[in-house]
Write a protein that binds this ligand. Sequence first.
Ligand code: NDP
Length: 236
Amino acid sequence: MPAPRSVLVTGGNRGIGLAVARAFAAAGDKVAVTHRGSDVPEGLLGVRADVTDTASVDAAFAEVEAAHGPVEVLVANAGITRDQLLMRMTDDEFAAVLDANLTGAFRCARRASKGMIRLKRGRIVFVSSVVGLSGGAGQVNYAASKAGLVGMARSIARELGGRGITANVVAPGFIETDMTAVLGDDVRAKALAGIPANRFGAVDDIAAAVRFLAGEDAGYVNGAVLPVDGGMGMGH
Ligand code: NDP
């Protein structure tokens, strides 16, 4: 059994992040999740953090380090949507999504890198989206933020790959969570028609991929984008 690692999952209080956190905890790791005031299930260390606020991110890392040691696995999962047609999208709608999804991931990766460089090992997994590669009508802000994560991961891979640190991307397709529950039946039916697996994804599908990229077996996988989308985005 490998030694337990200090794992931090942003937005791990619900949805995909919670499933990821539970999967690491079930494997014996010491797992912390960020939340913005909600309850956190037993067995996980909840730390309050808003990824749009650098001081809040830094304080959360300090709390995790004090309890579990330096973060060895960072899963940058927190994310939002503010869908709108291009011609109607406000500066605020664009900026808010970029700030949470892209700059937020940057703030966390930057803070995590300090401890990982000292440890001479680390795993960063960014939760992107099929939409970051294929684009999505009404999602100019979201797609741009998710595509940005690919460039970020690959830059980190080049910068820190020689120090035992990997940075990879998981690109989920349509996963059943609060984020997709708000979509109308017409949108869901259209999405389903484009998924060769003929089903929506489950949060555990994503957790398995994240755990793989964070695990021993993926030591030579760096700067990769792993689609977990039932074939929805093939070719992108
Ligand atoms: P949910 O909407 O269910 O959960 C989003 C999580 O992100 C929540 O924990 C939320 O915290 C957190 N969060 C949002 N903004 C911030 C912030 N500023 N600071 C800290 N935490 C924040 O989403 P999912 O679980 O569906 O999505 C998780 C990730 O997966 C996202 O990055 C999403 O873009 C991506 N994804 C999801 C897909 C899907 O089909 N569901 C498909 C492709 C990608 P709080 O509870 O406080 O709001």
